[in-house]
Design a binder for this molecule. Structure first.
Ligand code: ZN
Length: 582
């Protein structure tokens, strides 16, 4: 029956909420005949105040009388009057509530990727609520806000705010309910997603309440405290970019990056995290690039503080909406790749910064160049190379381009040569030689970064991984009626269980991006045939118009043997890092 108050169920739920740290509020309940327990005549189903029935807290100073222990709940139960339960929001409650009450709000929630968020979620009437953590960055917000139509009960400001929770009764005659799988006993309260935080903080600017930010150049003249750092760096970077004649020029980018990095070390307390600053700079350049591509050109109005604030807000929103990890744009310069620029008298050199290497003591030995800024590329920021490659600036640049398919280090080959190999002693640098990245990386390498490979099984795993990567690109036959392998020799699923390819072609493709020593492909071949208990691969021929070609045909079993090899089956060694990367 609608509006039936179940004291036991209510107590159990409240105890659960308290155990999760929620601060509870006694909210007026609904008598079985549809009246609100507050007693106001209009607060009843079918009367003018129907919307308020069972929704408002008991007592005007309820904010000072919240429940934090089970004893409080037992007190509530003493008078026998039905009640609903709510939770305190804002800094005192530790949570905020986002409710979608419209299609617009649901679409907005989806657009910021919040619809699938794993966080306690419940329904009331026709809408869905999500509970997420309070964030101190919301301190300047109002009590509630509605970005994109989403009703967010923030609970900032001085006014106490609450949201009604299950198993309370809704005036429509249904109980509030946890969404299956998203109950507060099933999932933890998630952090409030960044896009929503940004939208809410920007909302704080509507109206006259927002304190003025001062000119963008404030960053130059005073210390920037913790809470203002991100925005100050962002504004200064954008301001500098629009004030340059040719901001996308590589040298200009390098200079600006350096300036902003220095300034953010110097004038921020505490100093800004370099990765974070690089990301801000990259976001600004990305925004600039997009604007230019869409036909926009800098005009006088772009230099105003208002315009800077406006653009910066857009950059923040774009960055917040794009939650996928990012990578620096190609050609954005060595500092954005994580190197640290050092200028000694007349020469320009770089220190490893975020770059490091790992040495794999296998047969043959390998070096892995690890560049966090390139994690979002096919090699996941790990570039495998032979020692020979490592010793050569052009070969390193080639390996990097092959592995990342994006970053060209030797656009200026002479400069890269010096950055990698160092400068010889000469008059220009005071007759002192300057070490290159190659030496510095080796010096900085820690022994624990070395990977010992007893029987070169790591190498087999790696090679098998390379083959699998090529297999993943296997095609389907063009003509289903008359399935044919690829004349190129590249892998093709000619039948559902038959992968046709030419062994030589596979390795031709692999060696375009990886160093493979002579004889290694034969070792993989014998490892595989050994695992399958066969003398050799299974070969088949196919007649094309141009003639007959021979193929290796792998069944599922062969592919599985390869996968096992790639996973390092049957060998005792530990993989450090990603054996199938690079
Ligand atoms: Zn009432």
């Amino acid at each position: 029956m609608a509006f039936e108050f179940d004291a036991d169920a209510m107590f159990k739920q409240c105890a659960l909420y308290l155990s999760k740290g929620l601060v509870l509020v006694r909210v007026h309940g609904i008598y079985p005949d549809g009246r609100c327990t507050c007693g106001r005549p209009d607060h009843a189903i079918g009367r003018s105040g129907e919307r308020n029935v069972g929704k408002h807290p008991v007592g005007d100073d309820w904010g000072n009388r919240c429940a934090t222990t089970e004893d409080h709940i037992l007190e509530w139960l003493e008078d026998g009057i039905p009640f609903n339960v709510g939770c305190r929001l804002g800094p005192d409650g530790g949570v905020i509530d986002s409710e979608d009450d419209s299609v617009e709000a649901r679409n907005y929630r989806k657009s910021i990727g919040m619809d699938g968020l794993e966080t306690p979620t419940w329904t009331s009437g026709k809408s869905t609520h999500q509970l997420t953590k309070w964030d101190d960055r919301l301190a300047d917000c109002k009590g509630t806000d509605t970005p994109g139509g989403l009703e967010v009960r923030i609970g900032a400001g001085n006014k106490a705010i609450q949201s009604v929770l299950p198993p309370s009764w809704h005036r429509t005659g249904v109980q509030y309910q946890w969404k299956p799988g998203f109950g507060i006993d099933e999932v933890d309260v998630a952090e409030t997603p960044r896009p929503l935080l940004v939208a809410l903080s920007n909302g704080a600017g509507r109206g006259a309440m927002r304190p003025t930010e001062g000119p963008a150049s404030a960053m130059l003249f005073g210390e920037i405290p913790d809470g203002k750092r991100h925005r100050a760096i962002l504004r200064w970077t954008w301001y500098k970019i629009v004030n340059q004649r040719n901001p996308l020029d590589r040298l200009q980018q390098e200079i600006l990056t350096r300036e902003v990095m220095l300034l953010s070390q110097h004038n921020c307390t505490p100093a800004a995290d370099p990765d974070h600053v690089r990301q801000i700079i990259a976001d600004c350049y990305e925004h600039y690039r997009r604007k230019v591509e869409s036909g926009w050109r800098v005009g006088d109005e772009d230099f105003s503080d208002d315009s800077v604030v406006n653009e910066v807000t857009q950059i923040e929103q774009a960055a917040a909406a794009d939650t996928a990890p990012k990578r620096p744009a190609a050609g954005s310069g060595f500092e954005l790749y994580g190197l640290k620029k050092v200028v000694t008298s007349k020469t320009e050199a770089y220190e490893p910064g975020d770059w490091r290497i790992e040495m794999i003591h296998s047969d043959p030995p390998e070096i892995v160049l690890c560049v966090p800024a390139w994690e979002m590329t096919p090699c996941k920021g790990r570039i495998h190379m032979s020692l020979d490659t490592f010793r050569s600036a052009p070969k390193v640049a080639a390996a990097v381009f092959n592995a990342t398919r994006l970053y060209i280090l030797d656009g200026d080959a002479g400069k890269w040569q010096k950055i990698w190999k160092g400068h010889d002693a000469c008059k220009g640098n005071g007759f002192k030689s300057i070490p290159g990245l190659m030496e510095l990386l080796l010096q900085r390498k820690r022994e624990e970064d070395d990977i010992e490979v007893g029987t070169s099984s790591l190498r087999y795993a790696q090679l098998a991984g390379y083959v699998l990567q090529v297999f993943r690109k296997a095609t389907q036959p063009r003509n289903e009626e008359n399935p044919e392998p690829n004349e190129s020799g590249r892998p093709c699923w000619v039948a559902p269980e038959e992968l046709w390819f030419q062994w030589g072609k596979i390795w031709e493709d692999i060696s375009r991006s990886h160093d493979v020593a002579p004889g290694e492909r034969n070792r993989i071949r014998s490892k595989l045939t050994e695992a399958m208990g066969c003398k050799d691969f299974v070969h088949r021929r196919h007649r094309f118009q141009s003639g007959r070609l021979e193929y290796v045909v792998f069944t599922k079993e062969w592919v599985e043997a390869l996968e096992a090899l790639a996973a390092g089956a049957g060998n005792n060694w530990t993989v450090k890092g990603d054996a199938d990367g690079g």
